[in-house]
Write a protein that binds this ligand. Sequence first.
Ligand code: GDP
Ligand code: MG
Length: 397
Amino acid sequence: MEPRGTKRGAGKIEVAEPRNKVPRPAPSLPTDPALYSGPFPFYRRPSELGCFSLDAQRQYHGDARALRYYSPPPTNGQGPNFDLRDGYPDRYQPRDEEVQERLDHLLRWLLEHRGQLEGSPDWRPGAIVTWRGHLTKLLTTPYERQEGWQLAASRFQGTLYLSEVETPAARVQRLTRPPLLRELMYMGYKFEQYMCADKPGGSPDPSGEVNTNVAFCSVLRSRLGNHPLLFSGEVDCIDPQAPSTQPPTCYVELKTSKEMHSPGQWKSFYRHKLLKWWAQSFLPGVPNVIAGFRNPEGFVCSLKTFPTMEMFEYVRNDRDGWNPSVCMNFCAAFLSFAQNTVVQDDPRLVYLFSWEPGGPVTVSEHRDAPHAFLPTWYVEAMTQDLLSPPKTPSPKD
Ligand code: GDP
Ligand code: MG
């Protein structure tokens, strides 16, 4: 297509409009799966750069104190019999979901490790910093028919930061969450308690409280196409008996799902749930997802291991299945779209990318509150570094 305002030979001479007045259609990004099939893009094997923990009061610690150890029940003929409703609601301390943490914990880790990142290939200008969960949403977008999302983006010192914004619809859903759904959320965390010990070789203690403030987060480096990625994700546990003791390959993701009884129920599980499980674990390179299947009474009586790299096999020959290439190609296209949109380096300038099922990703521009998300403590500490002269070791050091 010819660029606007440059048409020649139309008979009469028109004064070209100033460049910035030429109306341009607002850029947007389509999400149809058919547009993103094609070869699987380059995805660097994720490697762990570090980790941090959040305690029962949601306080940050720059260590692995919240890491738990995979401790499945003995396989002595009988299956498990985990009552996932036990302790609800009296031994449940749910995290306060009104607190919007945005990227804060990850930024604290970055600040405390900036010395070790600078100069290493992980910290190239143009790197993307975000939560794993945000990337998971991008991966599943071409197949998502229910929930939209919003991602705020700012560029600062060359790095592109992506932080999710709760949509008005998601907020309404959260505030009107039916009691049964609240209990179902608890049951997922209760399953983790039945499957994890606090010490390697220890036994799970299901008599304690379930406190969802507690989290162990791995910080990883990867690259999708030409986009260097630095992201963090919550890890359920480490398998002390895993063939490789090297993170992230020793990590395990735990999930619960409804017991299935008909081929139709399994087919639907492969099409919808396995896609989400695959996206979440593939990104950080977590090799196995252990599923606990719960019966209508809320008891887990069977377990099944789903190797992340085998999940696609369940839908490979399904016309209505999902395709990992589509997920990754769309994510790469979105990251390019974001990189090309967020050009100005300014922590107070925010581009809000919005998506609703059935439509394209659209973008709007904002300044300062309420969308600016890089905290002053982070911006100032990072700016100080640039202003202060490089430290030269004194003879006394
Ligand atoms: P996930 O993949 O969706 O579980 O999310 P991540 O592993 O990327 O989690 C990143 C951070 O967000 C961790 O500190 C989690 O405890 C926190 N987190 C996970 N899910 C939610 C959520 O639904 N709401 C909020 N506010 N935080 C969450
Ligand atoms: Mg889990």
